[in-house]
Structure formats: structure tokens, C-alpha cells
Design a protein around this ligand. Sequence first.
Ligand code: SAM
Ligand code: SF4
Ligand code: SF4
Length: 362
Amino acid sequence: MTNTLHRDDEPRALRLPSTGLPADRLGRPLTDLRVSVTDRCNFRCVYCMPREIFGRDYVFMPRAELLTFEEIVRVARIGTRLGVRKVRLTGGEPLLRRGIEELIGMLAELRTVDGAPLDIAMTTNGSALAVKAQSLKDAGLHRVTVSLDSLDDATFRRMNDVDFPLERVLHGLEVAHEVGLGPIKVNMVVKRGQNDDDVLPMAEHFRGTGYVLRFIEYMDVGATNGWRLDEVVPSREIVERIRAAYPIEPLTPTAPGETAARWRYLDGSGEFGVISSVTQPFCATCNRARISADGRLYTCLFASEGTDLRALLRSGADDAELKSALAGVWSNRDDRYSQLRSSATDGIASHGRKVEMSYIGG
Ligand code: SAM
Ligand code: SF4
Ligand code: SF4
């Protein structure tokens, strides 16, 4: 089900006293917009788009349903007036969206409320990065986060489930680094029994390189991945495995709403992060809104309902109406799914149907 906005919706005006910008019901500002530019992907990662569901017969969105670049930029521009400082392009696989460089160029023109350029980032599986890194950089992309679940070719192929070779992603990472799309973050989703043996080899490989490796707890996003709590490797366990090999210490967070808890190697060979969405939720500082490829606004990764911004955009609404609608949704937001899940006895909060990660973006 989808919320429908009416053009005369009034925002509930809870504002942050220090900035005058809207806050949600739990006092959280809106600073980060994640935009899914496509629901398609060339991988079938077992934890995200399992092949049994996303097989040959799966029907992806027709092109006319996707937000156009102009529509995305309009939403982002209005977002900046409400406090957005960072836009992350995601998907599906964002590099599959034709002409993505053009969108990046348009976003690069936008300014925050303080007049600073928007921080523009992308999360990608890296499969097309070797070819695209230079044009992405030239268009104005600042940084990439690359998902990489193993350094063992067989495990990597098994997890992406399309037999994609590891070497090509590693090459993509190198090219992205050379063209200056850094500091590059590398995301590894850890699933027990699939790739948890790769935790230490990944840490060893990336320490001292300038890439920031982040271990992500396998999450119960969507309804198709058959999530089980016993397949989650708690961040605590990951940190202990690394600590047994290298002296490390925790770092203090640098930005409010930072998802990763950061650790540094005491020998000066850099840092790594752990994203404990399951065992230590960070809802209290969650400042992210998500736009699906077909223009629905979600205020939580685990939401079952989105607000149909596309209908509003295509109804001829002016900027003031759009701003009022966005501010209204944000001001009404009280999501804290992960926090509620962790206080539920079985580890899973009772919840309706959830949207898929490949639809809403990570
Ligand atoms: N295709 C791109 C990629 O893989 O980087 C962008 C979209 S993907 C949905 C965004 C991020 O979500 C990736 O880092 C992916 O590993 C992560 N992800 C997907 N399903 C997940 C799950 N069940 N638990 C934790 N992270 C997940
Ligand atoms: Fe595709 Fe990214 Fe999902 Fe993997 S995690 S299936 S690469 S969208
Ligand atoms: Fe944010 Fe929802 Fe995740 Fe909590 S569960 S951190 S509110 S996206």
C-alpha cells in the first residue's frame, strides 16, 4: 500500500531550534537522501535478490515508471531546502541506469542551505566501475562505496550468484581509486556459513590501503531472502576476530548519524567499521530519507508503505507544494524499526510486509 499525498497537505511544523529546519517526531533532522535509480541489477546476491524470486520471469519496472533525472533533481533540490546535505545514488545497481553521469552532473549544481555543494556518493557492486569510474568522477561524483563480500573467487561468485569474477571488481576498485573517487568504502555483508571465514582475509587485504572496509550485519530487509537471526554474525564477534590478529581501538564518531562504529589499527594502518543494524541499532540518529526508483518516499529501510511523490510531481505541483509535502512526511516520521526489533524477544519486530532492498536502495 502507498500513501498518497494531497496537494493541500500541511506540514506539521516541528523545527530544530538551532537551524529552523524540520525535524521528525523523534527530533531527527533530514540530512541524507538515498535515491534508488533503478530496481534492476546484474547480480543476484543471495541476501538481496535471491534467484528463486528474481528469476527470468520477474517483472521489473517499465521505464516510464522510473523518476526522470529532472524529477530526481527536483526532489533533491527541495530536499536541500529542508536540510539535505548528501545524496547517495543506489539501486538495484545504479551503474545500470543509462546516462547516470548526466544525473550526477545535474546534482552537482545543487547547493545546501549553507551554499555548499551537495556531497554526492554512490553505492555500487563495482561490476562496471573499471569502465565508468572516470566519467563518474568527471561528472561530479565524489565518492563510491563498493560492495564486496569475499576475496575468494569461488565464494564471491556463489554470493553474487551470476558467476561474476572477483578480479573485475578488484580492478574496478583500483580504477576508482586512481581517478580519485575516494576515500573508497568497501561494504561486506557477513552471512554466517556463507562468507564469515572471509572476515580476517578481508581485513588483512584492505588494512594499510586507504580503502575503508565496513562489515555489515546481514539484515532482515525485504521478505524474499529468508532471513534468520542465526545467520547474522554480530559485529562484536567480528571485532573480536580482528582484535585477536591485530591490536585495535575504537574511534569516536565524526558525524552525527554515522552508521558504522569505527575502529583503528594501533600500528597506524588505517581503520575499519562495523555496521550493527541488527545487534546495535542506530535509529536514534537516523537522518536518511529514501526514494525508490518509481518515486516513492520511504522514511525507513523497513517501511511497508511509501509516499507517492511521483504522482505529486506529475500532477503539476509547484515547489512550495512539494516542499510542504516532503516536510510534512518528515515531520510525521517516527520510524525506529531496528530498535523495536532488538527489543522484541524473537529478534524480529512484528511488522507488515516490507519492501525489498533492491527496490528501495541500501
Ligand atoms: N547494487 C549496489 C550494491 O550492491 O552496492 C547498490 C544497492 S545494494 C541494495 C546496497 C547495499 O545493501 C549493498 O552494500 C548490499 O550489500 C547491502 N545489502 C543488500 N541486502 C542486504 C541485507 N539483507 N543485509 C545487509 N545489507 C544488505
Ligand atoms: Fe544487486 Fe546490490 Fe542487491 Fe547485490 S546487493 S543483488 S549487487 S542490488
Ligand atoms: Fe533508520 Fe529505519 Fe534503519 Fe532505524 S530501522 S536506522 S529508522 S532506516
